[in-house]
Design a protein around this ligand. Structure first.
Ligand SMILES: Cc1cc2nc3c(=O)[nH]c(=O)nc-3n(C[C@H](O)[C@H](O)[C@H](O)COP(=O)(O)O)c2cc1C
Length: 187
């Protein structure tokens, strides 16, 4: 019997529609092919304004405090952000500034980002990974970067991106054997 894996995915885009959110949903869909999941999406498009008005955790509205607590208690965190000026957006950083200093220690984190251009693909390695390393999280080796050209409007537009998403899920799934989806019997 599998125990559902509590996955919390942060979409760091404050805009709708959001390619970053589409990427998050595709990653969750691929993971759910392999693992039994209990998922929650923390979406900056819903909370960026009240989040930005809170300078300390005590000032957070109760519903955002609940979402921060979910991030802290996740079995797996997906941290996805659009690229802004070569890095993650300020409101994405602000969210993680309010997360407890040691709360992400040893937590597996799957990194993902979307940008306007392929030139910023290393944002995963040079911006997101150092932030989560500082927080002592265990960033997974395979993250997913996408640029606007990989999308058809706001839909995943090419097979290469779908393959990258699949690879990230394939590499992540064996880390959580307790949540493995039972194999279906054929015939
Ligand atoms: C303020 C701002 C700054 C941006 N800076 C960059 C950048 O430095 N490099 C890049 O590749 N794309 C940049 N972009 C493009 C976004 O990263 C890209 O459109 C992303 O897919 C948006 O994600 P979303 O649809 O989830 O909001 C920027 C967009 C905005 C609004």
């Amino acid at each position: 019997m599998s125990t559902p894996l509590k996955v919390v995915a942060v979409n760091g885009s404050a805009h709708r529609p959001s390619r970053t959110l589409v990427l998050v949903q595709a990653l969750l869909a691929e993971l759910s092919q392999r693992l039994v999941l209990d998922t929650q999406v923390v979406d900056l498009s819903e909370i960026a304004r009240p989040l930005g008005g809170a300078l300390t955790r005590q000032e957070l509205p109760a519903d955002i405090e609940v979402q921060l607590a979910a991030i802290e208690s996740a079995d797996l965190l997906i941290a996805a952000a659009p690229v802004y000026r070569g890095s993650f957006p300020g409101h994405f950083k602000h969210l993680f500034d309010l997360v407890g200093m040691d709360a992400l220690a040893s937590k597996p984190v799957l990194l993902a980002a979307t940008g306007g251009s392929d030139r910023h693909a290393l944002v995963l390695e040079h911006q997101l990974r150092p932030l989560f390393s500082f927080l002592q999280a265990l960033t997974l080796p395979i993250g997913v970067y996408t640029s606007t050209g990989d999308f058809d409007g706001h839909e995943i537009g090419n097979g290469a991106l779908a393959e990258r998403i699949k690879l990230a899920a394939e590499r992540a799934a064996p880390l959580f054997p307790g949540a493995a989806r039972p194999l279906r019997r054929v015939a």
